[in-house]
Design a binder for this molecule. Structure first.
Ligand code: ATP
Length: 336
C-alpha cells in the first residue's frame, strides 16, 4: 500500500483523508498546490522543514500510512453495539455478586449507593472491559461475547466515552476549533454544520451560554460538562457513554439525559442526584462494592419524579434569585 500511497496526488489524499491535512498542518508543513504525488512532495520537502517536524522522510510516510489505517479502523469499530453484559464478580468482603445484567442499546442505567460504595469502580470495570482482572472480578461481554484484545487495548479505538468529574483540557483552542477538529476526525459530512450543532446543543444544556470563539480552557465546569455531553451524544463514535455524576450546577440534567438516550447508545451514570437516578430506565444499587439490587424505575416513581422536578424548578428559581442579589421574603408555596 505504501507504493500506492506514495503515488497518490496529495490533493486527492487530503480530500479522502482530512486527518492527513490536520497532521501536516500540526507539523507546520505546507502541502503546496497538492498536485504532486505524496512521495514526490516528500522528496522535495526541504531538509530543514523535515528537521523542524522532527521526522525523517520514511518515518513521515509510515506515520501517514498508519494514521489513515487507524482512522479507517476507528470508523469500522464505531458500528453500533446492541448490548453490553455485566457478569458479577464479588463485593469488598469477597461475597459473590450473583448478577448477570444485560444493558441494551438506547438504555440509560443509573448507579446509586453511598459514598465509597464502589460506583466509580463499576464504571471503571466497564471502561476497561474487565475480564476478571480487576479487584471486583467482574467480566464484561459485548453483544454477548468477550471483547477481543484489540478492543481492550486500543485506546485510540475507544468503545467507551467516559465523562469524569474533572475535565481538564490540555489544548488551548477555541470551542469551535476544538469541536471542528473532533468532527473532522470523525469524518462527518458537514464538519462546520455539525460543530455549530454541537455548540448550540451544549448552549441549550447550560444556563450560562458561551461563544464558539471562547477558549475551551476558559469554560466553567458546567459549560465544559455541557460541551462534553453534547459532543458525546452527537459526535462521539463510542457506543457506550459512562458519566461520573452530572452536577446540578449549570447543566439541564433532564435535557442532557434526553439527548444522550435519544440515539442507540448505552448510557451508565453514577449519581447521588435523585432526579437523575429516577430518570434512568433502571438503577443499580451498590453496597459494599457489590451490585446489591437492580431496580426498574416504577410508574409510581415516575410520577414522583414529575413532582420532584416541580420542586426542583422552585429551588432553581430561588437559587437564581439569590444569585442576582434578590431577597426571598415572600412565602414560598409548595406545588401540590
Ligand atoms: N468489589 C470491590 N472489591 C474491592 N474493592 C472495591 C470493590 N468495589 C469498590 N472497591 C474499592 O473501594 C473504593 C471506593 O470505591 P469507589 O471510589 O468506586 O466509590 P464511589 O461509590 O464511587 O464513591 P463516591 O460516591 O465518593 O464517588 C475504591 O478504592 C475501589 O477500588
Amino acid at each position: 500500500m505504501s507504493g500506492a500511497l506514495e503515488r497518490t496526488p496529495l490533493h486527492l489524499l487530503l480530500d479522502r483523508h482530512p486527518c492527513v491535512g490536520d497532521f501536516l498542518g500540526a507539523l507546520g508543513l505546507d502541502a503546496g498546490d497538492g498536485q504532486r504525488p505524496l512521495g514526490d512532495w516528500l522528496r522535495h520537502l526541504p531538509d530543514e522543514e523535515l528537521f523542524d517536524a522532527g521526522m525523517a522522510r520514511e518515518q513521515m510516510l509510515a506515520h501517514i500510512q498508519r494514521l489513515i489505517g487507524e482512522v479507517e479502523d476507528m470508523a469500522r469499530a464505531s458500528r453500533p453495539l446492541r448490548s453490553l453484559t455485566l457478569l458479577g464478580g464479588r463485593d469488598k468482603s469477597g461475597q459473590a455478586e450473583n448478577v448477570e445484567l444485560e444493558v441494551r442499546a438506547g438504555e440509560v442505567v443509573c448507579i446509586v449507593g453511598p459514598t465509597g460504595s464502589g460506583k466509580s469502580r463499576l464504571l471503571a470495570d466497564i471502561e476497561c472491559l474487565a475480564q476478571g482482572d480487576t479487584p471486583t472480578g467482574r467480566r464484561i461481554l459485548l453483544d454477548g461475547q468477550p471483547p477481543g484484545d484489540e478492543r481492550r487495548y486500543a485506546p485510540d479505538r475507544k468503545l467507551v466515552a467516559q465523562l469524569s468529574q474533572n475535565m481538564n483540557f490540555v489544548v488551548d483552542l477555541s470551542v469551535r476549533d476544538f469541536i471542528t477538529l473532533h468532527a473532522r476526525c470523525r469524518m462527518v459530512a458537514d464538519v462546520e454544520g455539525m460543530a455549530e450543532q454541537v455548540i448550540a446543543c451544549a448552549n441549550g444544556l447550560t444556563g450560562e451560554k458561551f461563544s464558539p470563539e471562547v477558549s475551551v480552557t476558559q469554560l466553567s465546569g458546567g459549560q465544559t460538562r455541557a460541551l462534553m455531553i453534547a459532543d458525546a451524544a452527537l459526535l462521539s463514535a463510542s457506543p457506550v457513554v459512562l458519566i461520573d455524576e452530572i452536577e446540578n450546577a449549570g447543566v439541564d440534567r433532564k435535557r442532557a439525559l434526553r439527548l444522550l438516550s435519544g440515539g442507540d447508545k448505552i448510557v451508565l451514570i453514577s449519581t447521588h442526584d435523585p432526579l437523575l437516578a429516577l430518570r434512568g430506565d433502571r438503577r443499580l444499587v451498590i453496597r459494599n462494592g457489590g451490585i446489591a439490587e437492580v431496580i426498574t424505575t416504577g410508574d409510581g416513581e415516575r410520577d414522583n419524579l414529575e413532582r420532584l422536578e416541580t420542586l426542583d424548578g422552585l429551588l432553581m428559581d430561588v437559587r437564581d434569585r439569590l444569585r442576582r442579589g434578590l431577597r426571598i421574603e415572600d412565602r414560598l408555596e409548595w406545588p401540590h
